[in-house]
Design a protein around this ligand. Sequence first.
Ligand SMILES: CC(C)(COP(=O)(O)OP(=O)(O)OC[C@H]1O[C@@H](n2cnc3c(N)ncnc32)[C@H](O)[C@@H]1OP(=O)(O)O)[C@@H](O)C(=O)NCCC(=O)NCCS
Length: 171
Amino acid sequence: MTAIRVLDTAEAEARLGELADILVDAVAHGASVNFMAGFTRDEGRVFWRNQLSGLAAGDKHLFVADDGARLVATALLMDAPQPNAPHRAEVGKMLVLSTVRRQGLGRRLLAAVEDAARAAGRTLLMLDTESGSAGDRLYRACGWIEIGRVPGHAFRPEGRLAETTLFYKQL
Ligand SMILES: CC(C)(COP(=O)(O)OP(=O)(O)OC[C@H]1O[C@@H](n2cnc3c(N)ncnc32)[C@H](O)[C@@H]1OP(=O)(O)O)[C@@H](O)C(=O)NCCC(=O)NCCS
């Protein structure tokens, strides 16, 4: 069975290519996750390399799904840096390889992120996603609450401006 686990800094650095593959696959399949069409594996490696210092510092936490042969999903838990928000964190880069979607991995990954956040005293989580996207459906299915919507918040990979929905969840 595919395992959900935390990836430490050293393993994340060693597996930058696999992490990049998951991000490239998401963009190539139309996910609005900050990047535009044509996003490359090298750019994906840069994105993940830029997360390593946060992982090492302990204010970012990388969760993955590992099928034993390769990594097939990612999620980032990012602690709020503000002194008045030691109880808050953000979730991002919730990505499941397109070939293994709708098998429950997203739900399991999100549950692992929430469990770890709760255990660390981060009891308020926030995130945003494209309105109506698979992510939007996943978060609602997992009990996240809509805060509101921002029209024209971000460009989709192919260039169409789309609405974003903001969510929170109290743990
Ligand atoms: C969003 C994403 C992570 C979901 O991962 P997943 O492994 O397919 O999700 P799950 O199989 O755990 O789905 C759990 C529930 O979420 C909802 N859901 C997930 N994808 C859905 C979709 N495409 N359409 C409708 N509902 C969906 C369903 O309620 C589903 O339960 P069900 O399968 O029993 O109906 C995945 O589609 C993905 O990586 N998308 C591209 C990247 C992205 O947009 N990420 C979010 C950005 S913040």
